[in-house]
Ligand binder design. Sequence first.
Ligand code: NMX
Ligand code: MLT
Length: 438
Amino acid sequence: MTQLKDKLSEKIQAHRPRTARLTKEFADIVIDKVDIGQCMGGARDIKCLVTDISSLDPQEGIRFRGKTIPETFAALPKAAGSAYPTVESFWYFLLTGEVPTQAQVDEVVAQWKTRQSVPPYVFDVIRTLPRDSHPMAMLSIGILALQRDSKFAAYYNSGKFNKTNAWEQVYEDASDLVARIPVIAAFIYNLKYRDDKQIAIDPKLDMGANFAHMIGQSEEYKDVARMYFILHSDHESGNVSAHTTHLVHSALSDPYYAYSAGLSGLAGPLHGLANQEVLSWTMKFQEKYCKGVEPTKELITKALWDTLNSGQVIPGYGHAVLRKTDPRYMSQREFCLKTPGLKDDPLFKLVSMIFEVAPGVLSEHGHTKNPWPNVDAQSGVIQWYYGVKHWDFYTVLFGVGRALGCMANITWDRALGYALERPKSVTTDMLEKWAAEG
Ligand code: NMX
Ligand code: MLT
């Protein structure tokens, strides 16, 4: 047992009576009602998922284990010589809800090193794909390929499966997966964009720093990676990638099956792919409207209306839950403002100008419930500035971060014995009957 697994076990034992009591004594207490609008409208706002890993307030934004983003960054032990925490310390925090000591962080860093070696067959599988396959397809397939070595699946098939202990094997797979996914992501990056010039793991580096090293990035990018993976980790449980992972794992499919499916959801343009769409939109805007002229608010307004009038969404704006500017957007914006060079970067200035204009245009358009930017409106600018210019890779970066939240969640799902997810469907006839009855 490691200190992290010990602590997690202690937390799980302490939590289980709360779950058992709610299930046994209070199952009949009504907490929500469902109307036809929600039934037809993507189950928006229906309260029927449970998680303690993070919680999303429409006005305030995300809290990880009760802490806002600035509180999280301030509380966690920092990487050596850095203003940002290591991803490993955040993992400890997400799983246990406790801020780790430096010694506890060091142990997780050391643990991940023993887990991060990716079996060669995973790379072989990715290599067989056409080189112009989307990197998200490559990542999802790479994660699925790891299923062969699932400890949870082996345990399930061992004939000794015990529901009470099953979380331990999910934890093992989850820890392997979060340690390995940056290595697979770096492999895909090098395969696609650096003529397959692969860079070996540096065993001295923490996860974020090693990812920067493996894609041939600068010293400064180490903090970008740490910040980026932490910010994208979790957004409570109803978003497409987290919900998919939870749903698939609820059938006792192992963490590799579950997260490969979650990544497929993240690859949608209304979800994680929006970060590449933002860059693509911005570049097309420059090409079409700014030939030889500086971007202006008037040009941006025209381009936004052209997009809306052609029936497309403005990528990076709007949200299913948030009703204010996403604090993940603000956190990345603050990073840009305090980074010399980035602060004056033309692309950052352009994205800032869009931030000044788009909410007004979207409000006037009158469709979206939230005209403010989400996480994806800002993330590509930082990557672009540091030379990660292949924007179809941006969702892969999101997927590396999101693994932390999804894996922490399903470890707890198993620990608390959450049920197979199986909502009830209704027919249009039924809805029409209920509608007629009022
Ligand atoms: N541009 C234009 N129209 C929009 C936008 C937008 N950015 N956001 C919402 N709408 C429209 C939406 O299409 C819908 O139109 P209609 O009534 O014609 O069907 C209407 O506004 C109401 O939608 P909402 O209830 O405000 O939003 P919903 O919860 O359905 O969808 C998103 C949320 C995030 C899918 C939506 O805001 C959107 O498509 N945004 C652009 C894509 C994006 O940035 N996605 C990333 C989300 C964050 N992430 O990383 O996952
Ligand atoms: C996310 O981070 O998953 C997105 O903001 C989408 C969501 O929360 O629905």
